[in-house]
Design a protein around this ligand. Sequence first.
Ligand SMILES: [Cu+2]
Length: 335
Amino acid sequence: MNPIAPLPLLAQAASPTTWPTVSPGGGTAWMPPAASTAAHHADFVFYFIYWVAVFFFVLIVALMAYFAIRYRRRAAHERAPGAATHNTALEITWSAIPLALVIVMFYLGYRGFLDMVNPPADALPILVTGQKWVWSFTYPNGHSDTELHVPVDRPVQLTLWSSDVIHSFYVPAFRIKRDAVPGRYNKIWFEATKPGEYLALCAEYCGTQHSDMLARVVVHEPGGYESWLSEASDPFRTRSYAEVGRLIHQKRCAGCHSVDGSANIGPTFKGIWNHQVALRDGTSVLVDENYIRESILYPQKQIVKGYDPVMPTFQGQLKDREILALIEYIKELEK
Ligand SMILES: [Cu+2]
């Protein structure tokens, strides 16, 4: 049983039906295209071990074949006298050379591992959540997405966790792989070097749809990441004006303005739309679009009777569209 309820956002995310072909090209038979600063080192270690293995494979098979022929079974009178028991120089050589080689392999691998888990201080932090069977990425501004978008040439630090079983976040083109484990946070970082689209996979068998647990990774040209993020996290993309207004109210106005009729530091928003409101100077004014806009941008201009002029101006903090959203929300409260 999974003790943690699935995040609603993730539960909704359908797994896309088409996957990008990885771009740019340039991979080899053994390795996908190299698109991060870590790739060079990982490939070097891989090919070092690869060529050492090829060298010894050829050497050993060739010697084996040669000895099999050279020392094949013969008639008794042709046999060499079998006097040798051991050869110290030979034995030390075939122990010392492999030992030196594996020490070099360990050193190279360990150095790469340390580089990979220690992010630079200025890395862009992104939270990666693994859940059966979708990855989701939470950006510094709070936006969550099923795609990983990053800027080119800038270190990115991933913090990984899982809400159910163990997953493993794997981007072959960046040569990074790290487990996402329930109950703890793992870290890994990378710096993408080529704009394009790549694929992230789950590399830990996590259930029936494990092989569908893919995510699109987009590396943006300079400036592209910022504009993608602001567009993707635009609340208007998926919400009505009134809904966005409700969110802005919760964040910026709820400390002073209730929506249930109770007075607070400021008057309630409930039931004010299209009603006359009494001002401190004895006049009264109709609550319409212009009045609300003026109250938000120039709160000191018209002070509601019975309240102190303590509302801060939101000039330069709320965009025109957000002010319209607040107006729509206040209208809705009338109903
Ligand atoms: Cu998985």
